[in-house]
Design a protein around this ligand. Structure first.
Ligand SMILES: *Cc1c(COP(=O)(O)O)cnc(C)c1O
Length: 424
């Protein structure tokens, strides 16, 4: 049978009911599972047979969602976590250790930046930050002997910058290190990073994948393409003493990374997704392709409207002709990008506040990427502690507004923005 298209996978992947079984994957709200004899349990612990035994390691409802996301991204296995940050932490902890080094782009999500810049440094893991548009030559220069990972986002939150995935993958692979990308904003509907050479893909499923702003979650997907046997990752090729001497590459082949992530790191850290969350996420994923199509087309119309508005100084959206990342977006996400548009109103902070106070439909929320249009003024919220000078240094202007365009009728969204502009 031919492989299904992304729209079909969103609704069909992950679960096929047997005769007389529920059509939609039910919530298996149980921490543990019963077996008839101890031998069987022993085999499960030895990883010799498949089956559920404790929901910190695997649960049937979570399993359905993992299979669906894995299918959407085109990997060999996935693991769902309690949040996007947990997924990023798991992805890194599985391969990078104290005394080792990461290269990351600097315009990534603030939480990820802090994890790398503060928390992981305290654990002895050093990160060098580079610009999203770094040249291949410059990127090669920052690779060190102890570098174990290159990390970036396909479409950065909130700057909407697009990395050259193929170039980053080339530099990573020439140095026998993997490339991990956060694909939260583009989603596999608009970009499948593994097809361009990414080895690992992480997600905050709390955004478009859930899509309704109801369930925190994250996911790590393993492409199965990376060769862990170069000598830089001995934990895959030497016996794991914490797991009765298993050698991951030998026993699990292309699934070495994702198996180790589950049986070792997830076992020891417990950052698992709950069955209830998985149920809600699965429901959200059913409509992901439909919603992304609408988010993206609405956002492009809103971006064009803003671009032609005399009260707007600048618009950031990679599908706009003339945007710095237009060509990169056309290459890696030709069908569309996402619903987030960032823009600067003339008149700085004061105008931005007046503008936002008039909006009715676009509500003020510290969230992005769900069905309902929402808006945020970074300078007075997420970056509130900073002075105007510090904001400038961080690339955030007083008049800057981040708009997460929802799936409502775009004429209603634009009419709402009209009210805001009338006040300034
Ligand atoms: C929100 C977000 C995260 C963090 O995810 P949580 O689910 O909030 O923990 C990571 N990366 C990106 C790009 C995000 O937008």
């Amino acid at each position: 049978m031919q492989e299904y298209q992304v729209e079909t996978k969103c609704v069909q992947s992950g679960y096929t009911p047997g005769n007389g079984e529920p059509r939609f994957a039910p919530i298996v709200q149980s921490t543990t599972f019963k077996y008839d004899d101890g031998e069987q349990v022993g085999k499960l612990f030895n990883l010799e047979s498949d089956g559920y035994f404790y929901s910190r390691l695997a649960n049937p409802t979570v399993d359905v969602v993992e299979k669906k996301i894995n299918d959407l991204e085109g990997g060999v296995g996935a693991i769902c976590c309690s949040s996007g940050m947990a997924a990023i932490m798991l992805a890194i902890m599985n391969i990078v250790h104290s005394g080792e080094h990461i290269i990351a782009t600097n315009a990534i999500y603030g939480g990820s930046f802090n994890l790398l810049n503060v928390t992981l440094r305290k654990l002895g893991i050093d990160t060098t930050f580079v610009p999203t548009d770094i040249s291949e030559e410059e990127l090669r220069k920052v690779v060190q002997d102890n570098t174990r990972l290159i990390y970036s986002e396909t479409l950065t939150n909130p700057g909407l910058e697009v990395i050259d995935i193929e170039m980053f993958a080339r530099v990573a692979h020439d140095n026998h290190i993997p490339l991990c990308v956060d694909n939260t904003f583009a989603t596999p509907v608009h970009c499948r990073p593994i097809e361009y050479g990414a080895d690992l893909v992480v997600h905050s499923t709390s955004k478009y994948m859930d899509g309704h702003a109801v369930a925190m979650g994250g996911c790590v997907v393993d492409s199965g393409n990376f060769d862990w046997t170069s000598g830089k990752f001995p934990e895959f090729t030497e016996p794991d003493e914490s797991y009765h001497g298993v050698i991951y590459t030998k026993q699990f082949g292309r699934q070495a990374y994702i198996t180790k992530a589950r049986v070792q790191v997830m076992r020891d850290t417990g950052m698992i997704m709950s069955p209830n969350t998985a149920f809600l996420l699965n429901l959200g994923l059913d409509t992901l392709a439909l919603r992304m199509e609408r988010h993206s087309s609405n956002a492009l119309k809103v971006a064009r409207y803003l671009q032609n508005n005399s009260k707007v100084e600048k618009v950031f959206f990679p599908e706009l002709e003339g945007d710095k990342y237009y060509n990169m977006a056309q290459k890696y996400m030709p069908k569309g990008s996402c619903g987030v548009v960032s823009f600067i109103v003339k008149g700085g902070r004061e105008s931005a506040m007046k503008f936002m106070a008039e909006l009715k439909l676009a509500m003020i929320c510290v969230h992005v990427a769900d069905a309902r249009t929402c808006i945020l003024h970074p300078a007075s919220s997420t970056h509130r502690q900073m002075s105007d000078e510090q904001l400038m240094a961080a690339g955030i202007e007083g008049g800057q507004i981040r708009l997460s365009v929802g799936i409502e009728n775009v004429e209603d969204i634009i009419a709402d923005l009209e009210q805001g502009f009338a006040a300034i």
